[in-house]
Design a protein around this ligand. Structure first.
Ligand code: C5P
Length: 225
């Protein structure tokens, strides 16, 4: 069976708190997500911090803008040496292709439908095809225009693996070892995500909010075996 990597989300408000978390996860976790929370608070120093500790960075800024703007943002992310960046697949073919054509670039992971959406929420946002079909359509557009992977819920991972096996990495947030009753509506356990075919799982609060983040990460890694 293929390997599923853990990406720990460094969703902390300060660089110091991120450093504290890295201290606890060092040696266990190789990939770290720097997203809009930490990047807005601390900027590129957050990326440097992970790199200095030998980790790899998924820069999750979920770009969505005109092609020229996103292309330049992705170029700067590439210069920082991040492993991957996220961009919304709903940003369109030209936006994605402009990024895919860059010489030196990180992996492009396209957001399909956020894991915080349920069917009703997606409908209210103006999408009329339902979650599965919207995810399928956006992933097909990603595959055709240069995305290296797509971000989806583990609930759609098995479907996408059948269609795009080997061509698109599947990155799945919405991981809950135990139910938390929070904003993640389409969530499953780490083992279920692995079985569905996820290449990477992105885990935030089950690690960051745990009394013992190292033990929480260890339990998740055990569940992924
Ligand atoms: O705390 P939690 O485990 O919900 O964190 C999940 C992380 O994955 C958050 O940093 C969130 O921004 C990110 N993410 C997500 N859904 C996506 C893409 C990224 O939840 N589609």
């Amino acid at each position: 069976m293929h390997k599923t990597e853990l990406i720990a989300a460094l969703d902390t408000d300060t660089l110091k708190a991120a450093e504290h978390l890295l201290d606890k996860l060092e040696g266990r976790v190789k990939f770290f997500k720097v997203g809009s929370v930490l990047f807005t608070a601390a900027g590129p120093a957050a990326v440097d911090l992970v790199h200095k500790r030998g980790g790899r960075v998924f820069l999750d800024l979920k770009f969505y803008d005109i092609p020229n703007t996103v292309k330049h943002a992705v170029k700067h992310a590439g210069a920082m040496g991040v492993y991957s960046v996220s961009l919304h697949l709903s940003g369109g073919n030209e936006m994605l292709r402009a990024c895919a054509e860059l010489d030196k670039r990180p992996k492009l992971w396209g957001i399909t439908v956020l894991t915080s959406f349920d069917e009703y929420g997606l409908f209210r946002s103006g999408y009329r095809c339902g979650i599965d079909k919207t995810v399928r359509n956006l992933a097909a557009h990603g595959a055709a225009n240069g995305a290296d992977g797509v971000v989806c819920s583990p609930l759609e991972a098995a479907m996408l693996r059948k269609i795009h096996d080997g061509k698109l990495k599947l990155v799945t947030p919405g991981i809950r070892p135990e139910a938390r009753g929070d904003d993640q509506k389409r969530a499953v356990t780490p083992a279920a995500a692995r079985e569905a075919g996820a290449d990477f799982i992105v885990v935030g609060r089950p690690i960051t909010a745990a009394a013992d983040p190292a033990a929480a990460a260890a339990a998740i890694l055990e569940d992924l075996k």
